[in-house]
Design a protein around this ligand. Structure first.
Ligand SMILES: Nc1nc2c(ncn2[C@@H]2O[C@H](COP(=O)(O)OP(=O)(O)O)[C@@H](O)[C@H]2O)c(=O)[nH]1
Ligand SMILES: Nc1ncnc2c1ncn2[C@@H]1O[C@H](COP(=O)(O)OP(=O)(O)O)[C@@H](O)[C@H]1O
Length: 208
């Protein structure tokens, strides 16, 4: 196997539900097929159109707990009364192979990942232009029952209160511009010195 020239980046995107993080993450992956997506495990029910193993691994609470106990989850948290967690193995394999990975996880997951892998994480918080627009987007998406939308709106301010813990923050007003900003963040993260193992090797050859 050829040695990767650098370790992959964990690109964490968080936002209140409905701000557009999945849309932005999907657009990045569409333009960069090599970008991996961390498929989380969740105890919530699939939405219409969601596919097992693609959008989430849908598991019952007992299986979720057992995965957490066995250390199979890199981080996990309760969000909107459900369990959500990041499977450990795909992340470790992707980073070691030099692939970047995008994570759509909440502020608790971001904190835990940052603590566990401080050199690997680059994070982006996505704000909606306003709370009114956030609610309009949740209704327009039409993927959740009205009670679920209310739950997400009630949690929005709490999620937003963590914005300053992130490396970068953008406002998703005009979608193409938000995607462009997210892409720039990812590209600059790739240039961070400590990931450039190829450069370290090149510099070693500069001996007289
Ligand atoms: N900590 C953590 N949060 C996650 C994970 N997967 C998803 N989430 C978060 O759980 C929340 C709910 O996700 P979801 O049910 O898909 O609803 P949506 O955000 O409205 O699309 C969002 O804030 C996600 O970022 C995970 O593996 N770990
Ligand atoms: N900049 C934007 N302007 C208008 N609608 C948007 C924008 N970004 C995303 N949306 C729409 O808002 C809804 C919520 O976006 P989504 O990506 O599912 O949010 P999240 O993953 O943060 O919960 C979707 O219907 C999406 O098409």
């Amino acid at each position: 196997m050829t040695r990767p020239s650098r370790r992959g980046v964990c690109f964490i995107i968080s936002a209140p539900s409905g701000a557009g993080k999945s849309t932005i993450a999907n657009a990045l992956r569409a333009s960069e097929p090599s970008l991996k997506h961390s498929v989380s495990v969740t105890t919530r029910q699939p939405r219409p159109g969601e596919v097992e193993g693609v959008h989430y691994h849908f598991r019952d609470l007992e299986t979720f707990r057992s995965m957490a106990e066995k250390g199979e989850l890199l981080e996990w948290a309760e969000v909107f009364g459900r369990g959500y967690g990041t499977p450990r193995q795909p992340v470790e394999e992707a980073l070691a192979a030099g692939h970047d990975m995008v994570f759509d996880i909440d502020w608790q997951g971001h904190r835990l990942m940052r603590a566990a892998m401080p050199d690997d994480v680059v994070s982006l918080f996505v704000l909606p232009p306003s709370l009114e627009e956030l609610e309009r987007r949740l209704h327009r998406r039409a993927s959740d029952h009205p009670e679920e939308i209310e739950k997400r709106m009630r949690a929005a301010l709490d999620e937003i209160s963590h914005w300053s813990e992130f490396d970068h923050v953008i406002v998703n007003n005009e979608l193409d511009s938000a995607i462009g900003q997210a892409r720039s963040v990812l590209q600059s993260a790739r240039q961070v010195t400590r990931r450039q193992t190829g450069i370290a090797e090149m510099v070693k050859t500069f001996s007289r």
